[in-house]
Design a binder for this molecule. Structure first.
Ligand SMILES: *Cc1c(COP(=O)(O)O)cnc(C)c1O
Ligand SMILES: [Zn+2]
Length: 373
């Protein structure tokens, strides 16, 4: 089936009230009940054709919810190297997501989302992240010529905010907390469009390509275990979606085990998964891994469902373990930011209980050049 026939049938579905909307409607929440939407689309994997295409994520075009393959705006996202990495006298695989165009895996979600918006004629978006998600959306808005307003707390200042401004996005400084900033962005999104990486369903259909690449780079084989950091869950939810699509299409026989990693200092998903007492759940401290310091993940239940579906578990890592994994990676020539070492820190903890021949994959999620430290 070519892209047009597939996407004509595709719908946006509300899981709460079952409202069904055409894929090209400019909505990002259910218009009836304001619940988040899901994309219902058939994904195909013509592996021989895929192998003949350019090394970017558009090689999986029969699995992407984009109506036309013409006029794709690309900065070369996806198909990052997957390298062997020695851990405790054995090898694991690490996807080099920090080598993405704006420096994090979030370019996958941003590329698919912004191409969708460009194809349906949306001209302006709002974002409430001054981190890697904001940078990725700003980069693709710059490439596509969309106006991008980024809501940030007035007190914020970071290398990532500089990157956002350099791409030409317009910062909207909000006097208040992170939550108040999010509320202001949501109000602004009522008249425009929210490109939120954890609310918008198109974002996950970009991050899912990480699962496709892991399989393809293993020779279309399913790994045994995939270990990923979790903040808002756009990475783990996308990767789970990707593996489920590969299984439905008959490309892999079963799902890999999916293990989520959080910093002990901010571990709402870990605590919920292990049903820890609320007193512990409420205790949130600052963490070195600021990119996953999310105290109330919007899609918490979806994340828990995914981990269970993949027969996985949640691991938490201490500040010392995060820092030590970071220094280990740096010492081997991998220049990543602190948050990006959480997956490796979790893997170092998990590996003693792994089977000898287990194929384990993790990811370096963000680039070290953005980290002033
Ligand atoms: C966003 C981010 C994560 C976590 O991704 P979520 O989608 O929030 O779970 C991990 N590492 C880096 C570097 C990030 O920017
Ligand atoms: Zn609804």
């Amino acid at each position: 089936m070519n892209g047009d026939k597939r996407t004509e049938k595709a719908r946006l579905i509300c899981r709460n009230c079952s409202t069904s909307i055409p894929l090209d409607a400019p909505v990002w929440l259910c218009p009836k009940c304001e619940h988040s939407l899901e994309i219902q689309i058939q994904s195909n994997f013509p592996v021989r054709k895929i192998a003949s295409r350019k090394p970017d994520l558009w090689r999986y075009r029969e699995a992407l919810p984009i109506r036309s393959n013409k006029n794709i705006i690309s900065l070369g996202e996806g198909y990052t190297p997957m390298l062997r990495y020695a851990v405790k006298k054995r090898w694991i695989w690490i996807k080099q997501e920090h080598l993405s165009p704006s420096g994090s895996f979030k370019d996958r979600g941003a590329a698919v989302l912004i191409n969708h918006l460009n194809s349906i004629g949306v001209k302006e978006v709002v974002v409430d992240s001054s981190g890697n998600a904001g940078a990725a959306i700003s980069a693709y808005c710059a490439a596509a010529g969309l106006k991008c307003r980024v809501f940030v707390p007035a007190a914020a200042s970071s290398a990532k905010l500089k990157q956002i401004k350099r791409y030409g996005a317009v910062p909207e400084l909000i006097n208040g907390t992170r939550d108040e900033t999010t509320q202001a962005a949501l109000r602004a999104a009522r008249d425009t469009y929210s490109a939120s990486h954890y609310r918008n369903p198109f974002f996950l259909h970009g991050t899912k390509t990480l699962a496709f690449e892991i399989c393809e780079q293993l020779g279309w084989k399913c790994p045994d275990t995939v270990i990923l950091p979790i903040g808002n869950g756009s990475l783990v939810l996308g990767v789970s979606l990707g593996f489920r699509e590969l299984k439905s299409a008959g490309i892999i026989p079963h799902l890999p085990r999916l293990i989520g990693v959080q910093a002990e200092n901010c571990a709402p998903v870990y605590n919920a998964f292990h049903e820890l007492l609320p007193t512990k759940t409420n205790k949130i401290h600052a963490t070195f891994a600021e990119g996953i310091a999310v105290s109330h993940p919007f899609r918490l239940n979806d994340i828990l469902d995914s981990i269970h579906l993949h027969g996985g578990t949640m691991i938490s890592v201490t500040e010392t373990e995060i820092e030590s994994a970071l220094h280990q990676a740096w010492g081997k020539g991998f220049y990543i930011e602190p948050t990006a070492s959480a997956g490796l820190a979790g893997t170092l903890k998990y590996i003693d209980s792994a089977a000898g021949d287990e194929i384990i994959v993790t990811a370096f999620t963000g680039h070290g050049l953005k980290y002033g430290g």
